[in-house]
Design a protein around this ligand. Structure first.
Ligand code: IDP
Ligand code: MG
Length: 150
């Protein structure tokens, strides 16, 4: 089953949107497999955002993600990565589709509320970076057969 890392970033936590994010993902039919609330270390932030090192917004991005606690989660489902990125909306809130989280709650790219993995392989890697294997729960829901075709 495809997995994605989802972060409610410091602005989302400070604005009381953790429940909103979880609610939208649950409503979509995705299955939660791990969750923790943490203050992100400099090391974890740099590893997580390694692909952006050297970009003009990199330093601001690292200070943003380490500025206040985040809610880190692992979610799974068929096409989980694409589904979750669609629910979050485009990186820039003013380009995000109406009804998406970043559209409905955001204005600026540097305060865009959430992170979600961008490819299935990234999802595997990022879930592995943020969670120990024993922190992830494999489970089934009675409703799964009504949400997942196979
Ligand atoms: P994503 O979060 O939608 O995957 P990425 O391009 O991977 O977007 O960028 C990572 C994060 O870096 C974005 O979510 C946003 O917080 C921040 N970011 C991206 N581009 C800019 C920018 O031009 N200015 C400020 N922050 C940016
Ligand atoms: Mg990204």
């Amino acid at each position: 089953m495809e997995r994605s890392l989802v972060l409610v970033k410091p602005d989302g936590v400070q604005r009381g949107l953790v429940g909103e994010v979880i609610s939208r993902l649950e409503r979509r039919g995705l299955r939660l497999v791990g969750a923790k609330f943490l203050q992100v270390s400099q090391t974890l932030a740099e590893e997580h955002y390694a692909e952006h090192k050297g970009k003009p917004f990199y330093d601001g991005l690292i200070s943003y993600i380490t500025s206040s606690p985040v809610m880190a989660m692992a979610w799974e489902g068929p096409n989980a990565v694409a589904a979750i990125r669609q629910t979050m909306g485009a990186t820039r809130p003013t380009e995000a589709a109406p009804g998406s989280l970043r559209h409905d709650f955001g204005l600026e790219v540097g305060r865009n509320l959430t992170h979600a993995s961008d490819q299935p392989e990234t999802g595997q890697r990022e879930v592995g970076l943020w969670f120990q294997p024993e922190e992830l729960v494999s489970w089934e829901r009675a409703v799964d057969k009504w949400v997942f075709e196979n």
